[in-house]
Design a protein around this ligand. Structure first.
Ligand code: ADE
Length: 269
């Protein structure tokens, strides 16, 4: 069981995402626990403000640190989270970004590090999210995602109160919510019991550094295009060979970067 806590000022947008399809079913079956937490609940003052003008001037608003950190501490509970008390403390602003996802588990931040919550800030400045990272996060017990909004988040949150900063790609979203959906879904489906057929995870794109082979279903001929004969031959060895070759050819044609890495890893062409 992995617990996912997503801190956002728009919980309703993510609730819809987490209630449907694969994630909704996994939640119902109790194989994952996914909660959305409204950061505004932890805001103070008559207007429950979660953002304010930037020191030094400039356009836009910045998310205030107090509600975010109060929300993190409420969800993490009495146990101190790694971001504040682990490897990042004393590292100074900016140093944490180099550590990258995974450093917390290896840096000996405590024998029970894996049992503690791992707090992740979603932001375009973070380490790029990959299938490799998804696999690693799926081994955690409790993942806490902080969704930033507006022009950014007070940098003290990033520097001292989170373990990792993650980006889903080199583009800027209006906030971390869409990124949280992406990351939660990619990680949750690797948690045992979420995807019915575990073999389907092993064979999919990126798992071994190659894209997936093409899949077909009925009808055998669609608008004049037939499925490859080998797939209806019943010859399992021939099918496996065809699929492997198709994976390699497809990766070479579509993703030269992945192909080069795969060749370097297994030393063949
Ligand atoms: N927030 C805004 N843009 C983002 C991105 N690319 N990845 C993660 N969080 C974000």
């Amino acid at each position: 069981m992995v617990r996912f806590s997503v801190l956002t000022i728009f919980p309703e947008t993510l609730e819809a995402a987490f209630s449907a399809s694969l994630l909704g079913k996994a939640r119902e079956r109790g194989v994952v626990d996914i909660e959305t937490i409204d950061i505004r609940q932890y805001a103070a003052g008559p207007h429950l403000m979660t953002d304010d003008a930037p020191f030094g001037g400039g356009a836009g608003m910045v998310m205030k640190p107090e509600p975010i950190v109060a929300a993190i501490e409420a969800v993490v509970g009495a146990r101190k989270h790694r971001g504040t008390y682990g490897r990042k403390e004393g590292a100074g602003a900016g140093a944490g970004a180099e550590a990258g996802v995974g450093a917390g588990a290896e840096a000996g931040v405590g024998a029970d590090a894996g049992k503690r919550a791992r707090v992740i800030l979603l932001s375009p400045g973070g380490k790029r999210f990959t299938q490799e990272m998804a696999k690693e996060l799926a081994r955690e017990r409790h993942l806490v995602f902080v969704c930033g909004r507006y022009e950014g988040v007070d940098d003290r949150v990033r520097a001292h109160f989170v373990d990792d900063e993650v980006s889903i790609g080199d583009y800027v979203l209006g906030g971390g919510e869409a990124a949280a959906w992406v990351v939660v879904e990619a990680v949750a489906r690797l948690v045992p019991g979420v995807v019915g057929n575990a073999a389907s995870i092993d064979s999919e794109s990126f798992v071994e550094g190659l894209l997936e082979y093409p899949q077909y279903t009925r009808p055998r001929v669609f608008r004049g295009r037939a499925v490859p004969d080998v797939l209806v031959s019943g010859d399992h060895a021939a099918i496996a060979k065809w699929r492997r070759e198709a994976q390699i050819a497809r990766t070479k044609a579509e993703r030269a970067d992945l192909y080069a890495r795969w060749i370097a890893k297994c030393g063949k062409d």
